[in-house]
Design a binder for this molecule. Sequence first.
Ligand code: NI
Ligand code: MN
Length: 226
Amino acid sequence: MKITYYGHSCFGVEINGKHLVFDPFITPNELASGIRLSDVKADYILVSHGHEDHVADLVALAKLTGAKVICSWEIFVWLGKQGISNVHPMNTGGKVKFDFGNVKCVVAQHSSSLPDGTYAGNPMGFVVESSEGSFYYAGDTALTYDMKLIGEYRKINFAFLPIGDNFTMGVDNAIIACDFIKCGDIIGMHYDTFGFIKIDQKEAIEKFEKAGYRLNLLTIGQTIEK
Ligand code: NI
Ligand code: MN
């Protein structure tokens, strides 16, 4: 798999030749000013919840690429009103087989409304299982015991976890999340984009190391192989 960081919680993952994009928030993010939306490849756009910092470029990217959007029922209905019809609605607990692999929607402990105030359903995380490996994209979430279910029933190769604290779990709780999901190869997200979620990157990496885990903090625009 090839993983490209577009800033905040937005990543591209190339898996079995398909391009997945998670939580498109690029054009309002000053830190991601080097990324052009028109350069972002997407066959699928997975949306964890409705908050602005996860959907700001959703409609634009869906229109640019024609990608299929995977999201909650409520966001599916909202997208319909924006003229986006290539959407697969899901909800927590559901699993669907797509051409790149399976997507299972898992619990995220957070809130979810769209920028115009529309109720967006439950926030979700995603477990993606494929012939190239499996990973967990947590979305915005607190540490929750539900994460134990993710670790108990499958092997996770790596995980995207929020580490910025304030709106989601922070570094210390993300380390406990590694215990729960039985995976210690973590790509950090939801940190440093704005004032409430600034972190000490060096300290965060050291804390993970001390716990026997690895925290990858990607540079915006960087692509890594997993
Ligand atoms: Ni949020
Ligand atoms: Mn957020």
